[in-house]
Design a protein around this ligand. Structure first.
Ligand code: GAR
Length: 189
């Protein structure tokens, strides 16, 4: 039986699109819902174009978790994937999906994680610190930002000529290559 995946995304949604496309051809899962906290998130438009049901909830609805939880239940969601989602996952969702919510972070955690560290800010901090390598971390979600158990990491070099944009591109390539595969493996566990 295919597992139903929900993606939470706040922004551009290139990872969300990549995951949706990957699972079009998978026996193990399908993306059956995309939820956002921003009504104008390009991620919503990508989902619509690919025929994936989607919705946006306001800040309070995300904080209480009730409406989100009933949308997840209605779509019979088994597994939740965060892809550029910038809000904290509310307690009721953590309780309803123990060990079944994962996130991707664009650095080698525990370096350059924590509140306020997302997207371009992470790459700026990596460059400012003079790091020679960066990468991605896929990890379980718990009640603290970027502190759940690490599932997978992959690294890439950082060159002295890098800008936040060139580094972001390299890190995104790792995300596109590994995130769907890692999710697929977790679905079968
Ligand atoms: C991705 O690089 C993801 O790792 C990062 O936001 C980007 C979203 O890009 N997530 C975080 O920084 C979470 N702390 P996308 O919207 O194009 O997929």
């Amino acid at each position: 039986m295919k597992k139903n995946i929900a993606i939470f995304a706040s922004g551009t949604g290139t990872n969300a699109e990549n995951i949706i496309r990957y699972f079009h051809d998978s026996e193990s899962g399908v993306v059956s819902l995309l939820l956002s906290n921003k009504v104008d998130a390009p991620a919503l438009e990508r989902a619509r174009r690919l025929g994936v049901p989607c919705a946006a909830f306001g800040k309070e609805e995300w904080a209480s978790g009730e409406a989100v939880l009933s949308a997840l239940r209605e779509a019979k969601v088994d597994f939740i994937v965060l892809a550029g989602f910038l809000l904290r996952v509310p307690e009721p969702l953590l309780r309803a999906y123990p060990g079944r919510i994962v996130n991707i972070h664009p650095s080698l955690l525990p370096k350059f994680g924590g509140k306020g560290m997302y997207g371009g800010r992470v790459h700026e901090a990596v460059l400012a610190a003079g790091e020679r390598e960066s990468g991605i971390t896929i990890h379980y979600i718990n009640e603290r930002y970027d502190e759940g158990g690490v599932i997978f990491q992959a690294s890439c070099p950082v060159s002295p000529d890098d800008t936040p944009e060139t580094l972001a591109r390299r890190v995104h390539e790792l995300e596109y290559r590994y995130y769907p595969e890692v999710i697929e493996k977790l679905l079968s566990e």
